[in-house]
Structures are given as structure tokens and as C-alpha cells.
Design a protein around this ligand. Structure first.
Ligand SMILES: *[C@@H]1O[C@H](CO)[C@@H](O)[C@H](O)[C@H]1NC(C)=O
Ligand SMILES: *[C@@H]1O[C@H](CO)[C@@H](O)[C@H](O)[C@H]1NC(C)=O
Ligand SMILES: *[C@@H]1O[C@H](CO)[C@@H](O)[C@H](O)[C@H]1NC(C)=O
Ligand SMILES: *[C@@H]1O[C@H](CO)[C@@H](O)[C@H](O)[C@H]1NC(C)=O
Ligand SMILES: *[C@@H]1O[C@H](CO)[C@@H](O)[C@H](O)[C@H]1NC(C)=O
Ligand SMILES: *[C@@H]1O[C@H](CO)[C@@H](O)[C@H](O)[C@H]1NC(C)=O
Ligand SMILES: *[C@@H]1O[C@H](CO)[C@@H](O)[C@H](O)[C@H]1NC(C)=O
Length: 676
């Protein structure tokens, strides 16, 4: 501890002092201490705010936005702009409180940045620190320590409870599962970031030795002698001479708080007075006050009657909110929602809250009581109990999938004969609304191309980048949702099943939507990544042409979209297929690429279709699309699924082209049964 700090500690043992008070004198603006933030003048933005008791709240979990809190004045991290970085140290107490016990959201970070508030940074997986364009680019000059409660495989996170040192990007230079060194046992003990309990963090950088240490401990423990992370890294080329320090959070289902914070350049951060720190708001339901016991007989009778009514009322409520919970589900309780909460959230599943009725059930919008988080609830009815266990195991593991182009599944609930799936709410609804039936406004080409690339990237994640191969089985415009930024999110994993990499996909009933089903899929009933690619091909054509894959009402040559596009292409008029709503405002090469790729993916021979990885490369322009004629693309090569199941098509009620086609007699059965 430097002499200056010792003096400061002796002079101001308890009182928080903010360096900004003493303006820009360089000696005093090298440190600050906040035992609570009541009198602090922090620079706040987004969801961040200071609560009346002095608690700094970075986010309140309701919206997917960012929250930043920065110390208002910058610090000198170097003596000269060309000299090496000075030592610094910070110490803070924080808490991440999950709003839906115990589902977790994104984490938070301590950050050193050239600007206050990180303009342009994105929420969710970007933690409010970076965006797609500056992530990983040393010119952003950002150094952060992330306390992350989600595993984003885009950035190679190790698990959903880790601490990492991020230098200029979200891919941590060093990360470890959250833990602290316990002197008593002489070993590391695990900590849960998302536990709602306050924890201490020390972040120290030693200029001369270039050692960057991060140490954690529960609130009551003294600072452990061994840090969790210790990294040798020269920060001098990364950070500027003048930098700001602060916190960033990008909530989803959790609230982030900082209780106290100290910082020091060229010395140890001051200790905090833990007894002075503000209290966290209470979570969970309020305790019922004790009922008074009164001895008078009249009152007893009255209260007996009241009790009877109470019991009757309680029984009715219990019946109304009854759930099914079986022993095997205990492994998944973390992902369960209470039916009562879903019922209240959707105002009793009112028609007014209905977002749509998809293939397997109705979807309702809801606002969770308490946390006010917007959700979408899908009600799926199921009669047979067979397969539910396997299905729940699947959806729970799918719930662990996180990717910026997938709709996050938050959890589930079960009732007699009914399964409820809870998703994050997507404010812009499904893509098909922007394409078909005289849309209120249509997407321009740039937006459509971004959506296409997003869906391809989401599909690649499902097929190749996650631990298990996930076959989507029902890719189509109505299963692509648009979030607040019109980013594509692939949704409805209701039909997806999981396979281990390399193993042979099991045969199941054919489930999917007519027009998107690969011929070999209807024939063999086997869904593969290649049948998904077929569906993606139909989707590409649908987005570029603004037409459904099959429109029985249209004239003969236009009824089957892929055949129509093919006929135009063979006449050299492929651009004649473009959605008239786009006018002439589109990039010709991109549209051609999408249409040709759509045809290639629609090839009847699976081995000719590109792999998902190649699709992404073609769309990103990394590799040129092979000439279609060289691949023997011919009218017969484009055999369409209905050729195999023609009877179904012929008998098919033309009023709704989106009716699901299923090879088994019962939709519910094929949905939940394992099919073996
Ligand atoms: C969350 O914060 C926002 C913005 O500060 C505010 O409008 C909203 O009422 C807050 N919600 C809750 C539940 O505290
Ligand atoms: C708070 O900080 C801002 C930004 O540095 C400054 O403009 C403002 O005057 C400060 N307010 C107080 C009360 O210190
Ligand atoms: C760094 O800058 C200072 C002042 O601008 C200059 O005197 C010094 O020579 C520079 N040192 C190096 C190593 O470039
Ligand atoms: C990304 O962030 C940087 C730095 O904050 C900003 O300059 C840039 O405009 C942002 N880019 C986008 C696409 O938002
Ligand atoms: C990094 O950012 C700078 C400035 O924004 C830009 O000029 C440069 O091209 C970027 N580098 C990479 C590899 O993206
Ligand atoms: C601590 O967490 C790690 C990683 O999550 C895990 O592998 C390990 O088994 C845990 N240890 C204990 C004692 O729970
Ligand atoms: C960082 O941790 C190492 C032990 O891993 C220790 O030797 C070193 O003194 C620590 N440095 C700082 C600045 O705390």
C-alpha cells in the first residue's frame, strides 16, 4: 500500500470521497472509494440507475438493452502517451440477481474504455461492451473483466458461470469457471455468479511485471491469497493514456447491482466498509403476516366459515393452476416456469394476447408478473405421455443453445395433456408477415439479405457448432422471427431432435411443412442436415421472390416456386422471379446468388446440395457459387417433394398453404413420440 493510500485511509476511514470533487488535480484524481453510491455522480446510461438506498443498479432485467455506469472523469493510465501502462487496482462488491429463479441471463463486466458509456455497443452476448464491427479490433482500446452467466459459443465461452479477461474482444484471453481460493481448505471453491448473493472482486494490474490478476471471494471472506486469474499481458499497446473506468451489463432475466467500488492508479484500491454498503432489494414473494388467533366463539365460527371458503377457493385455484411434475423432471426444475405465473402473464391466455397459431399450438404474448419481462408462450397439447420425458430433456438442452440468430428458449411448464414452452418475445413477429398477404411494409433487399445470412448462420450453429447436431426440421419464413433490430432469429425447435455428431439419425415420422420437405425425407422419413438444407433452399426462394413454395391457387407454371424459378433461369431471365415489391432497388448479384443457391439447395439428390458451412461461405462471398449447369441442374433434378406425396397435395385444402404435412396419422403423436 502506498503512503498516499495509507494517509487517505487514515484520514477518511469511512466517508466515501469522490475524486471529482477535487477537480482535475492529478494526485487526487488517481483514486476513489464509494461505500454505496448515494452521493456519487456517476455517468449512467441505458438501464442503469442509482436506487434511493445508494445501490447502483446496472439493469433491471426487463428489457434487452444495455446499462453502463462510468466514473465521470477519466484517469491517466500512462505518464506519457508513449510510456508503458501504470499499475492500477479496483475492488468492488456486486450481485447478479436472477429474476426467474434460477434461470440466468447475460453477465456484467468491469471495463476500462476510451469513452464513457461505450456508444454503439450491443446488448446480449456483446455484454454492452462491443458490437459486431469493433469486437476483437485492437483499435477499440477496451479492456474488460467479464462476469458471465451464459455460455455464448460464438465467443468460445467455457461455461455459463465464468470469469474472463477480455482484451479488445469478447473472446477471453484467459477465463476460468467462477471460484475462489479458500484458505481453510487450501483449495478453490466454486462460486455461482447468478446466485443473487453479493461477492467481492479485486482486479489488479502491475505495470512493471505486467501481471493482471482477478480475485473473487464471497462477501464475508478476506481477500484470498491466490487469484482466480493471473495473466501476464502488456496492456501498454492496448490502452490509451486517458481512459475511463466503469461497469457494463446487458441483462436478460437478471438484475445486476454494484454495492460499493473503489479504484486506484499506482496503488492498492481502498478497502470498502462492508457494513455501510446498501442492501439488495428483497427477491421472491413477501412473507404472509401471521394470522391473529382470537378466542371469541362467534369469531371462531366466522373464521371457520371463512376457512371453509378459503379451502374451497384454494382448491379451485389449485385446480386452476394445477401442473404435472414427475420425479424425472427434478433434473430440469431449473427450467420450469410456474403455470400460475404464465397464466397471469398472458392474462389467462386471452385471445387478445394471441400472437399466432402455429403448427402445434397457439402462441401468446405475456408479461411476467414482477419482473415485467416480455415473453412468448407456446401451448402445445399432447395426449400421450410417451416421449414427453425425452422431449423435455431435449428442449432443456436446446434451451442452453445461445446464438444471436436463434430465438432464446427460456423454459417450460407442464400441465395435464399440455406442454407450455416459454420463449423470449420477438417484437417484430415472424418474417412471413413481411412477405405475404399484402404486408403493411415489406423488407428491402438489404434487410432481406441480412435475414438470409442470419438464418444461415443460425442453422450452421445448429448443425455443426453446438455440442450435438440439431436438425431443425421445419425451416420456413413463418418460423423465422425478427427481433427489435430486425435481426433474424430462427425459432420453433419444437420439431428438432438431437443427435450425437456422427451417429446415424434415427427414423421418425415425417413432420414438416409441404413445400419445404425434401423428397428423400417423405420417402424414408429420415431428417438429416441435408433435409434442412432443402428446406432452407425453399426459404431462400420464398424470401427473394416473396412467394410461398407452393401456391395451389396460382397458375400452373407458377404453382411450384422452384420449378418456376428454374424455368426462368433456363430462359436466362432469372431476375424475373424477384419479388415485385422490391422494385428495382436490389443488388443484382446478391439476388442472383440467393436464387441460384435456393435452386441448388432444392436439388432432389441430397449429395448435390451444399453443406451448411458452404452455404454460409457462398452468402458471405468467401467462395463463389459453382455454375449450376455444371452440376447437372435440370428440371428433373429439381424433383419436388409433392411428386412423392402427390395424393396429399391433391386432396389438400387450398385455402391454407401453410398446413402441416405429416406422414403419421396424428400430429401430436409424431411431435412427441420418439418414433422408434
Ligand atoms: C426498469 O427500468 C426502466 C428504466 O429505468 C423503468 O422504466 C422500469 O419501470 C423499471 N422496471 C422495474 C420493474 O423496475
Ligand atoms: C457530475 O458529473 C458531470 C460530468 O462530469 C458534471 O458535468 C456535473 O457537473 C457533475 N455534477 C455534480 C453535482 O458534481
Ligand atoms: C515519449 O514522449 C516524450 C515526450 O513527448 C519524449 O520526450 C520521449 O523521448 C518519448 N519516448 C519514447 C521512448 O519515444
Ligand atoms: C460499433 O462501436 C463503435 C465504437 O463504439 C462505433 O464507433 C460504431 O459506430 C459501432 N458500429 C455499429 C455498426 O454500431
Ligand atoms: C479496426 O478498426 C479500424 C478503425 O475503426 C479500421 O480501420 C480497421 O479496418 C479495423 N480492422 C479490422 C481488422 O477490422
Ligand atoms: C466446480 O465447477 C467446475 C466447473 O463448472 C466443475 O467441473 C467442478 O466439478 C465443480 N467442483 C465442485 C466441488 O463442485
Ligand atoms: C498476481 O498473482 C500472482 C500469483 O499468481 C502474485 O505473485 C502477484 O504478486 C499478483 N500480482 C498482483 C499485482 O497482485
Amino acid at each position: 500500500m502506498s503512503l498516499l493510500n495509507l494517509v487517505a485511509l487514515l484520514t477518511f476511514p469511512q466517508i466515501a470521497f469522490a475524486a471529482s470533487d477535487s477537480s482535475s488535480s492529478s494526485s487526487s484524481s488517481s483514486s476513489f472509494t464509494f461505500n454505496g453510491f448515494k452521493s456519487a455522480n456517476l455517468s449512467l446510461d441505458g438501464l442503469a440507475g442509482i436506487m434511493p438506498n445508494g445501490l447502483l443498479r446496472l439493469s433491471n432485467a426487463t428489457k434487452q438493452q444495455t446499462g453502463h455506469a462510468f466514473y465521470p472523469s477519466p484517469f491517466s493510465f500512462k505518464t506519457y502517451s508513449n510510456s508503458s501502462a501504470l499499475s492500477f487496482s479496483t475492488y468492488f462488491v456486486f450481485a447478479i440477481v436472477p429474476e426467474f429463479q434460477p434461470l440466468g441471463g447475460h453477465g456484467m463486466a468491469f471495463v476500462i474504455a476510451p469513452t464513457r458509456g461505450l456508444p454503439g455497443s450491443l446488448p446480449s452476448t456483446y455484454l454492452g461492451l462491443f458490437n459486431e464491427s469493433n469486437n476483437g479490433n485492437a483499435s477499440n482500446h477496451i479492456v474488460a473483466v467479464e462476469l458471465d452467466t451464459l455460455k455464448s459459443s460464438e465467443f468460445n465461452d467455457i461455461n455459463d458461470n465464468h470469469v474472463g479477461i477480455d482484451i479488445t474482444g469478447l473472446e477471453s484471453v484467459l477465463a476460468k469457471p467462477t471460484a475462489y481460493y479458500d484458505k481453510k481448505t487450501g483449495s478453490f471453491q466454486n462460486l455461482t455468479l447468478n446466485s443473487g448473493r453479493p461477492m467481492q472482486v479485486w482486479i489488479e494490474y502491475d505495470g512493471p511485471s505486467q501481471l493482471f490478476n482477478v480475485t473473487l471471494a464471497p462477501l464475508d471472506d478476506a481477500k484470498p491469497s491466490i487469484p482466480l486469474l493471473s495473466l501476464r499481458y502488456d496492456l501498454s499497446p492496448i490502452i490509451n493514456q486517458i481512459m475511463y473506468v466503469g461497469f457494463s451489463a446487458a441483462p436478460l432475466l437478471s438484475s445486476h447491482y454494484v454495492l460499493g467500488w473503489s479504484f486506484n492508479i499506482n496503488g492498492m484500491a481502498q478497502p470498502l466498509d462492508l457494513s455501510q454498503l446498501p442492501k439488495l432489494p428483497r427477491v421472491g414473494p413477501k412473507k404472509q403476516p401471521k394470522t391473529l388467533t382470537v378466542g371469541l366463539p362467534v369469531i371462531s365460527i366466522a373464521s371457520l366459515l371463512l376457512a371453509l371458503f378459503g379451502v374451497a377457493y384454494y382448491a379451485r385455484r389449485k385446480w386452476k393452476y394445477a401442473e404435472v411434475l414427475e420425479g424425472w423432471e427434478l433434473d430440469y426444475v431449473a427450467h420450469r416456469f410456474r403455470y400460475k405465473d404464465l397464466y397471469i402473464a398472458t392474462k389467462g391466455f386471452k385471445e387478445k394476447e394471441l400472437l399466432g397459431s402455429g403448427g402445434f399450438g397457439k402462441v401468446y404474448r405475456g408479461v411476467m408478473p414482477g419482473s415485467k419481462i416480455e415473453i412468448a408462450v407456446k401451448r402445445v397439447s399432447h395426449e400421450s405421455r410417451q416421449g414427453v420425458k425425452e422431449f423435455v430433456a431435449e428442449i432443456v438442452s436446446i434451451g442452453r443453445l445461445r446464438h444471436r440468430n436463434l430465438v432464446p428458449l427460456l423454459g417450460y411448464c407442464r400441465r395435464k395433456g399440455e406442454l407450455l414452452l416459454v420463449y423470449e418475445y420477438m417484437p417484430n413477429g415472424s418474417l412471413d408477415k413481411f412477405l405475404h398477404d399484402q404486408p403493411k411494409f415489406t423488407l428491402n433487399w438489404d434487410q432481406r439479405f441480412r435475414v438470409i445470412k442470419g438464418v444461415a448462420s443460425g442453422l450452421l450453429y445448429l448443425h455443426e457448432e453446438w455440442e450435438q447436431v440439431v436438425i431443425h426440421r421445419d425451416i420456413k419464413a413463418s418460423n423465422v422471427l425478427l427481433d427489435g433490430e430486425l435481426r433474424a432469429r430462427l425459432g420453433d425447435f419444437g420439431l428438432a431432435r438431437l443427435y450425437d455428431h456422427g451417429s446415424d439419425p434415427q427414423t421418425t415420422h415425417v413432420v414438416g411443412t409441404l413445400g419445404y420437405l425434401a423428397p428423400e425425407h417423405t420417402r424414408t422419413g429420415k431428417a438429416t442436415t441435408s433435409t434442412d438444407v432443402y428446406g432452407f433452399g425453399a426459404f431462400l426462394l420464398e424470401v427473394a421472390c416473396g412467394r410461398r413454395p407452393v401456391e395451389p391457387k396460382a397458375s400452373n407454371e407458377k404453382a411450384v416456386l422452384v420449378e418456376w424459378v428454374y424455368s426462368l433461369w433456363s430462359k436466362g431471365e432469372i431476375l424475373g422471379a424477384v419479388d415485385p415489391n422490391l422494385g428495382n432497388d436490389y443488388a443484382q448479384e446478391e439476388v442472383e446468388l440467393v436464387l441460384k443457391l435456393g435452386m441448388l439447395c432444392s436439388h432432389s439428390r441430397p449429395e448435390v446440395r451444399p453443406r451448411t458451412r458452404d452455404i454460409v461461405r457462398y452468402l458471405e462471398g468467401e467462395v463463389a457459387l459453382p455454375e449450376l449447369s455444371s452440376l447437372g441442374l435440370s428440371a428433373t433434378g429439381l424433383a419436388f417433394a409433392y411428386n412423392e406425396g402427390f395424393d396429399d397435395f391433391a386432396n389438400y385444402n387450398s385455402s391454407s398453404t401453410q398446413t402441416r404435412f405429416t406422414g403419421s396419422s396424428s400430429i401430436e403423436n409424431s411431435f412427441i413420440s420418439s418414433g422408434r
